[in-house]
Design a protein around this ligand. Structure first.
Ligand code: IMP
Ligand code: MG
Length: 277
């Protein structure tokens, strides 16, 4: 596994009911193996079955709010929303609309503040896919800090990783760049990532950072995939657990395309062919 490093220094509540039950008229119908297609989002870390119950506040690092988008969730018809014309014909459906991503991120910020507020943190944004999530998360953290008794003093760094070609993990992570991870020694580090798939990327990154003995490392990932061959890596903060699908949008790319799409969408075969390298 080759690792090249690059750091660029710069100084929930889910609207479950709405999301779960909007079934757009004339939307595509996909098979529903379990007959639960309307559920869409379900509690995951509380053993499922939370739907219908208002999710109450949680605390403690072992009880993160995470929400599972079930395998039979049909998504939203693309015609319900706007998206760039140059992607017409390249997408299957909207998995998570942009507004829900932002709302969920706000809740994650609240959870993070509850756990690690009142201290200095170094937010480490994993580029490129993590830039939207990181920007929104930092914005929410700042707002909470400004409008409550809790404060957090933040610096933001960026690290660039590359591990996928087309829709396949290359099994070889490139952390592009240098040795500046040593600046994380003794710091409280919050790694902000777009999606954990196999978990290999995050494990490699954590291995590289831990060598420098930071005081604390937490990982926030907007998405985690349910994969049969996952190595079981679970971030401390998870926006949504999703089916094992290749998703794009909200800065997540397919060979650098689709970062300019707001919603998190599932790419179709036509899109994969069109942008394959
Ligand atoms: P992992 O090593 O399989 O966990 O993959 C993690 C990295 O691969 C993420 O940081 C993403 O940049 C990229 N990745 C994994 N799955 C997807 C996806 O569905 N869409 C876009 N990028 C992905
Ligand atoms: Mg990433």
């Amino acid at each position: 596994m080759s690792i090249v490093l690059d750091m660029i220094e710069t100084s929930s509540e889910i609207p479950r009911a709405q999301h779960a039950h909007i079934q757009p008229a004339g939307s595509r119908v996909r098979p529903s193996p379990s007959g639960e297609q309307a559920a869409g989002l379900r509690g995951s870390q509380t053993g499922g079955g939370r739907e219908g119950r208002a999710p109450g506040p949680r605390s403690g690092s072992g009880n993160r709010v995470s929400d599972r988008i079930t395998d039979d969730w049909p998504g939203y018809d693309l015609n319900l929303f706007t998206y760039p014309q140059h992607y017409y014909g390249d997408l299957e459906y909207v998995l998570i609309p942009h507004g829900i991503v932002v709302d969920r991120t706000e809740r994650l910020a609240k959870d993070i503040m509850k756990d690690i507020g009142n201290c200095d943190i170094m937010v480490l944004c994993v580029l490129k896919g993590g830039y939207k999530f990181c920007a929104d998360l930092v914005e929410h953290l700042k707002n909470i800090s400004r409008n409550s008794d809790q404060f957090v003093s933040m610096k933001v760094d960026f690290i660039r990783l590359k591990s996928y070609k087309n829709d396949q993990s290359m099994g070889e992570m490139q952390i592009i760049g240098g040795n500046d991870l040593s600046t994380l020694a003794g710091k409280n580090v919050l790694i902000v990532e777009d999606v954990v798939g196999t978990g290999r990327t995050m494990k490699a990154l954590l291995g590289s950072i831990e060598k420098y003995k930071p005081n604390m490392i937490k990982v926030a990932s907007l998405l985690v995939k349910r994969r049969p061959r996952s190595d079981g890596f679970r971030p401390d903060y998870v926006g949504f657990e999703i089916p094992d699908l290749f998703v794009v949008g909200y800065a997540l790319d397919y060979n650098e395309y689709f970062r300019d799409l707001n919603h998190i969408c599932v790419i179709n075969e036509h899109g994969k062919e069109k942008y394959r390298v």
